[in-house]
Design a protein around this ligand. Structure first.
Ligand code: ADP
Ligand code: GLC
Length: 490
């Protein structure tokens, strides 16, 4: 079975959040299960700068775009030597400092950038003869691809239809663009106007395109798959998602423990494991020093949050409870980048708390790892969270998560029950400051009972969210779809 992944991000090449982690690691797990996976990415400047070994596959690929054709170059690099990664080069579109935008916001030609990428992937697959059995698309950036596949088949008398799976990593990012851009994608007008078409309040919605035209839609946790069918979480897509519910599946994201394991992580000051936890204390001491925090915090809980600065992530709740949190005699470290308004509010809020709160604005993976290893408690008060990866990393690093019970946080964190000594973290329900504060207080009280706390940590470090189970679910879904589409093409 051959599957072509198409995505705007994949580690180690380009990452702004969890999409990169997932698309960089799921193919590796699928490969272990015998699926022949390859991956296509835009050739961003950051990939060029990182200097991965690569070879030129095609010097000039002509891609139909609007009324004419645009040229692209195709490079090939690899993940783990075994997974081919095709890089679509078109400097005018991708040779920029950001992936989606710069300091003043999203690039205003993002429709062109990702519509071209989607179309170029199809031309490339034809030209170099990749011949996948299925294309797996991720998030709105690749939403046009299932529509393109479907329309291409309609026009062709000889070709059979290539099936697709579309994974929603976040329903809040929908790829909305002015309707007049659609002609660039060489799709007929009716694709827009049909009731189940790309139109959404007069605009083109690329997320909707992926939802409507793919053979199956997946999202990244079972709870989120249910939530997005409701008005509270569907962000306007609930109707079309309910319409497709027979083909909508929630498959929990996994973790690549080769990359996220405190016993092997080269970025943390001292490695550690469940049987030998001295390293974790050393990581904490080192983090306190790095963040210029008060040494008395060695004995008190160190809280941490690592996040895109976005309304999704609940930073407003954190700010509302900050003073009450600090009254619990704890320290706090925050690492984040994104929305400038949230950044400003954070900076103002921590100004008067030097020594107790460390704030770093930026995107810094080695620092993220040092924080996950050095903190005691990891905060995720998300308004919504499709899956969330950092709570799973935190569990493996013996850092106890306090989360809002939503999406993948609900599916991965179990409330600690002192009586039975089971559970791996602390949860709260309503998106309210008091509920959040009360969950953190419960964690802090438990921290003050060292033997019980050790048990919470041990329960978390034992959890296994490796990709194997979820990758098997994807493989099963691919098989079903490929089988079905083969029989309908006969
Ligand atoms: P999302 O994709 O919504 O941002 P996830 O929890 O799925 O949330 O994934 C976030 C990923 O990005 C994790 O690998 C996390 O460590 C990383 N990350 C987020 N913000 C930063 C940052 N400022 N610096 C370094 N890594 C970050
Ligand atoms: C999104 C979600 C996050 C999820 C990630 C990877 O960015 O916000 O919850 O873990 O995608 O699927």
């Amino acid at each position: 079975m051959k599957v072509l992944f198409v995505s705007a991000e994949a580690t180690p090449f380009a990452k702004t959040g969890g999409l990169g982690d997932v698309v960089g690691s799921l193919p590796v797990a699928l490969r272990r299960l015998g699926v022949d996976v390859c991956l296509a990415l835009p050739f961003y400047r950051i990939i060029r700068e990182k200097n991965f070994g690569r070879r030129l596959l095609l010097d000039k690929l002509e891609v139909p775009f609007g009324n004419g054709k645009l040229a692209a170059r195709i490079w090939e690099t690899r993940i783990h030597k075994s997974i081919p990664v095709y890089l679509i080069e078109r400097d005018e579109m991708y040779d920029r400092s950001g992936i989606y935008g710069g300091p003043s916001g999203d690039y205003d030609d993002n429709f062109e950038r990702f519509a071209f990428f989607s179309r170029a992937v199809l031309s490339m697959a034809d030209t170099i003869g990749i011949s996948p059995d299925l294309i797996h698309c991720h998030d709105w950036h690749t939403g046009l691809l299932p529509a393109m596949l479907s329309e291409r088949f309609r026009d062709s008398k000889t070709q059979s239809r290539l099936p697709s799976v579309f994974t929603i990593h976040n329903v809040g990012y929908q790829g909305l663009f002015p309707a007049d851009k659609l002609s660039l994608a060489n799709l007929p007008r009716e694709v827009f106007y049909r009731p189940d078409g790309l139109e959404y309040y007069g605009k083109i919605c690329l997320l909707k395109a992926g939802i409507v035209y793919s053979d199956a839609v997946t999202t990244v946790s079972p709870t989120y798959a249910n939530e997005i069918q409701t008005p509270e979480y569907g962000m306007g897509m609930e109707g079309i998602l309910r319409y497709r519910r027979a083909s909508l599946f929630g498959i929990l994201n996994g973790v690549d423990y080769e990359l996220w394991n405190p016993a092997r992580d080269p970025e943390i000051p001292v490695q550690y494991s469940p049987g030998s936890m001295a390293g974790k204390k050393a990581c904490k001491r080192s983090l306190l020093k790095e963040m210029n925090l008060d040494p008395f915090l060695v004995k008190r809980p160190l809280l941490a949050m690592i996040s895109r600065l976005d309304a999704q992530k609940g930073l407003d709740l954190l700010l509302q409870v900050l003073d009450d949190l600090l009254a619990l005699d704890v320290g706090l470290v925050v690492l984040g980048s994104g929305d400038e308004g949230i950044e400003k509010n954070l900076k103002e809020a921590v100004r008067s708390h030097a020594g107790r709160v460390g704030l770093v604005i930026g995107f810094d993976e080695p620092l993220a790892r040092r924080i996950i290893a050095g903190a005691d408690i990891f905060l995720l008060p998300s308004r919504y969270e499709p899956c969330g990866l950092t709570q799973m990393y935190a569990l493996k690093y013996g850092t106890v998560p306090v989360v809002r019970a939503t999406g993948g946080l609900e599916d991965t964190v179990t409330a600690f029950d002192a009586e039975n000594q089971d559970g791996n973290g602390f949860k709260f329900g309503p998106y309210e400051p008091d509920a959040f504060l009360s969950a953190v207080s419960r964690a802090v009280e438990t921290f003050d009972r060292p033997l019980v706390w050790a048990r919470v940590i041990a329960n978390g470090m034992k959890e296994d969210f490796s990709w194997d189970r979820s990758a098997a679910q994807y493989r099963e879904l691919y098989q079903k779809i490929i089988g079905r589409s083969a029989s309908s093409n006969v």
